[in-house]
Design a protein around this ligand. Structure first.
Ligand SMILES: *[C@@H]1O[C@H](CO)[C@@H](O)[C@H](O)[C@H]1NC(C)=O
Ligand SMILES: *[C@@H]1O[C@H](CO)[C@@H](O)[C@H](O)[C@H]1NC(C)=O
Ligand SMILES: *[C@@H]1O[C@H](CO)[C@@H](O)[C@H](O)[C@H]1NC(C)=O
Ligand SMILES: *[C@@H]1O[C@H](CO)[C@@H](O)[C@H](O)[C@H]1NC(C)=O
Ligand SMILES: *[C@@H]1O[C@H](CO)[C@@H](O)[C@H](O)[C@H]1NC(C)=O
Ligand SMILES: *[C@@H]1O[C@H](CO)[C@@H](O)[C@H](O)[C@H]1NC(C)=O
Ligand SMILES: *[C@@H]1O[C@H](CO)[C@@H](O)[C@H](O)[C@H]1NC(C)=O
Length: 354
């Protein structure tokens, strides 16, 4: 086969793949909440590439997801008709054939321990700025593959999902041990705005944005509190962050023609569930399934950790991260929730909006 024919065949198979899923492509940015293996090959202490991570993933494999099974990126991808999240950019970047086949379904750039701010960085994890640079490469590949007009129309329909801010807040909290300053919150908001403008300039139009969850209530923070309660200071960070990005997004969407967004209030979703858990959902609200020490929040989830039996009954999988059961509930609230949890439209409306 001539190389021209080969390229044509590859392009066609790529297009068929996207049609098989029947929906828009999904580009995911952010931190460990949606990382599906970006950090596996990196020099970082933030890794989930070892058992018992993935114990409930199909095939019981540790893919790098910070979860016992599927994570929020997977459940979101399922709402778009995919089986699971698109693969990590770093896993496909140097494989030209699979890159071409994959990018029309989307790519996952999220990296555990990454922040909105460039200096929030553990080891060699991929910061938001670097994730967006990687996306720039993919955007160029899309133009090569589809042509400029088709690539623009493709990006108009694609969903860009972002969960970020938790790592920046954790670093600031450890540094200051103090309530959030307005200057810090403003610096996060401005960094977020700048990232969104860059993504928009690269053709992104539909943004699904998750705010920072109630990180004061993770097992690690409860274990650090003599009373076993949530850290009110950290939860204050989460709420302040939400209050800052909500008006920023409102303004940005009037400024940037054609920008649409759905902002999920992860803090509100989590507190609402912790205050009123469903009997059919996770009912262990404090102790992690996998770990050690108080609330299983004092030791990492690794080969020496204790692992609970009834994993779908736990809100938290390890000292920081939700179980797959919690991830599924969060995406459900984001997808079909009311204005209590998601504004100005939910993810379903964002996806279906033309
Ligand atoms: C999953 O795999 C690990 C080894 O990687 C094994 O120890 C464990 O028993 C398996 N768990 C299940 C539920 O299959
Ligand atoms: C791709 O391969 C080149 C050359 O081996 C290397 O320098 C680069 O870091 C690789 N890129 C990724 C994203 O792995
Ligand atoms: C993707 O784009 C980058 C940057 O333009 C280029 O180096 C790379 O070869 C492209 N890959 C494919 C498979 O087209
Ligand atoms: C410990 O938990 C209590 C609630 O039980 C809360 O009021 C307090 O702020 C927490 N202390 C710290 C240091 O996080
Ligand atoms: C949003 O726009 C209003 C009106 O121009 C302005 O007063 C406000 O400061 C802006 N807020 C943000 C977060 O940009
Ligand atoms: C993409 O959306 C923009 C508005 O954001 C619109 O002006 C443009 O015509 C659309 N392009 C295609 C190819 O659909
Ligand atoms: C488990 O604990 C032993 C003894 O402290 C240590 O040598 C080993 O490295 C630990 N294994 C893991 C997976 O952390």
């Amino acid at each position: 086969m001539s190389s021209l024919l080969l390229i044509l065949a590859l392009s066609l198979s790529a297009l068929t793949l996207s049609n098989a899923a029947g929906g828009p492509a999904l580009f995911i940015f952010g931190d460990s909440i949606t990382d599906v293996g970006t950090n596996n090959g990196l020099d970082s202490m933030f890794k989930a590439d070892h058992p018992p991570y993935g114990i409930d993933f199909p095939g019981n494999v540790s893919t790098g997801r910070f979860s016992n099974g599927f994570n929020p990126a997977d459940f979101l991808a399922q709402k778009l008709g995919f089986e699971k999240s698109p693969p990590p950019f770093l896993a496909i970047a140097n494989q030209s054939v699979s890159l071409k086949q994959q990018i029309v379904s989307g790519v996952n750039f999220a990296s555990g321990g990454a922040g909105l701010l460039d200096d929030t960085k553990f080891g060699s994890v991929v910061t938001l700025s670097q994730q967006i640079q990687q996306f720039q490469t993919v955007r160029a590949n899309l133009t090569q593959l589809l042509g400029e007009a088709e690539a623009e129309s493709f990006m108009n329909k694609s969903i860009v999902a972002i969960s970020a801010g938790s790592t920046d807040i954790a670093v600031e909290f450890v540094r200051t041990r103090a309530p959030p300053t307005p200057e810090f919150i403003t610096s996060l908001r401005d960094a977020y705005e700048s990232h969104l403008k860059t993504l928009y300039s690269l053709g992104a139009r539909k943004f699904g944005i998750a705010s920072v969850p109630a990180i004061g209530c993770v097992p690690f923070m409860r274990a650090a509190n003599d009373t076993g309660g949530c850290s009110e200071v950290l939860n204050d960070y989460s709420q302040s962050f939400y209050s800052a990005i909500d008006p920023m997004l409102q303004n940005l969407s009037t400024e940037l023609v054609g920008m649409k967004y759905s902002l999920g209030n992860a803090y509100q979703m989590m507190m609402s569930y912790l205050n009123k858990p469903s009997p059919s959902g996770p009912t262990e609200l404090q102790t992690a399934c996998c770990g050690g020490g108080k609330f299983n929040g004092q030791q990492p989830c690794d080969g020496n950790a204790t692992v609970c039996e009834d994993r779908d009954k736990y809100v938290f999988w390890d000292l920081f991260h939700p179980t797959r059961a919690t991830a599924a509930l969060a995406i459900e609230a984001f997808y079909s929730g009311t204005s209590e949890f998601v504004t100005p439209i939910n993810l379903q409306q964002l996806i279906e909006d033309n």
